[in-house]
Design a protein around this ligand. Sequence first.
Ligand SMILES: NC(=O)c1ccc[n+]([C@@H]2O[C@H](COP(=O)([O-])OP(=O)(O)OC[C@H]3O[C@@H](n4cnc5c(N)ncnc54)[C@H](OP(=O)(O)O)[C@@H]3O)[C@@H](O)[C@H]2O)c1
Length: 385
Amino acid sequence: MTQIIILGATGSVGETAYRVIQAQPDRIAVDGLVAHRQAEKLWEMGQRLHANWIGLTDREQAAELRHQHQGQSGPRIISGMDDILEAIAISPATKVIGAMSGFSGLMPTLTALENGKDILLANKETLVAAGDLVQRVALQRGRKILPVDSEHSAIFQCLALNQPFKRILLTCSGGPFRGRTKEELKTVTVEDALRHPNWSMGAKITIDSATLMNKGLEIIEAHHLFGVPYEQVEVLIHPQSIVHSLVEFVDGATMAQLGWPDMAVPVQVALSWPDRWPLAGPALDLTQQPLTFDKPDTDTFEALDLARQAGIAGGLMPTVLNAANEVAVGLFLSRSIRFLSIVEIIKDVLGAFTDNTSVVALEQILEADRWARRQAEDMAMRYRL
Ligand SMILES: NC(=O)c1ccc[n+]([C@@H]2O[C@H](COP(=O)([O-])OP(=O)(O)OC[C@H]3O[C@@H](n4cnc5c(N)ncnc54)[C@H](OP(=O)(O)O)[C@@H]3O)[C@@H](O)[C@H]2O)c1
């Protein structure tokens, strides 16, 4: 029986993990579940999965939940990030599913690795903001980072035999605005951007999918996960989201992993690897629609090249890119700026970052993240509606 912790249990990936785990009661036991504010939902999940503890980073929500369930049997309630990190550190769990959104996933991921746990990582921002550091800690502690992001899971499966390859082809649906011009993007709304054609996901990643920043972040994620230089990672538009990514080997043979767009597969692959477990779901039917591929429009969707360039620059530049993007996406979601201003703010912040250095310590990352967030807020004043 494998004991696990789920970070971001109440989110889209967290709920998928919850479904996968409920179907595997003889294989997986849950020690802890972590979320930010959705207290009652986390409590119910904890009850159903017989978790030993649940943790809420929002202390007020944790206090309220304790009050509501005083005297009832159920998981222990942990409050605030510091106590959650302590619970992760001493947990008997050997695997941690990293499904928090954004930079908030960094500290729990590092704590898990430092304390001998493998990470099953959906939270790409952690690798974007601190990939060198996270990989170094994993290597030092002899721990694995298993991808849960569907594209990286596909690549991971294609590379199972560790054979030499020429390039990685990351597939990308193109998001809700595929084929639109910049002019047409000037007036799109939050609702338009949240209407992803194939995937149902949290708000932040859905907006990233509309700007194509999501694919940009995934280029950096692939660089860190597979130790591959940036010039060997390409993006291929594939609107049907059936081919989850491809690897071209040195002899030209190209392998891909296919399936319906459902995160249950990559979550379960990461949990079961190197074994495979049965999973209920409709069989893939390739006769239903043609599979098409195209080049991305990097002039309209500038985020893709911005992320690649930040990755190539290395050091703290990806940390700054990630923080600026998180702030700009938040401002767009709160209807404070227009869609196209997201990329303009990121460009402004990256342009103002003149102190790039290689990363030796966590404090550098935390400081660069704080700096970029402040800058993004300041620069956004020009774009506010
Ligand atoms: N959704 C997908 O299909 C998908 C696919 C590939 C990769 N990913 C990646 O997986 C991660 C999660 O995505 P998602 O779509 O599941 O996001 P989501 O639905 O927005 O869920 C985010 C989760 O993180 C928690 N959270 C948010 N802010 C937090 C904070 N400051 N401290 C602690 N916990 C916090 C949320 O808790 P509350 O609910 O309590 O607020 C929730 O449990 C992202 O990094 C995303 O890029 C997602």
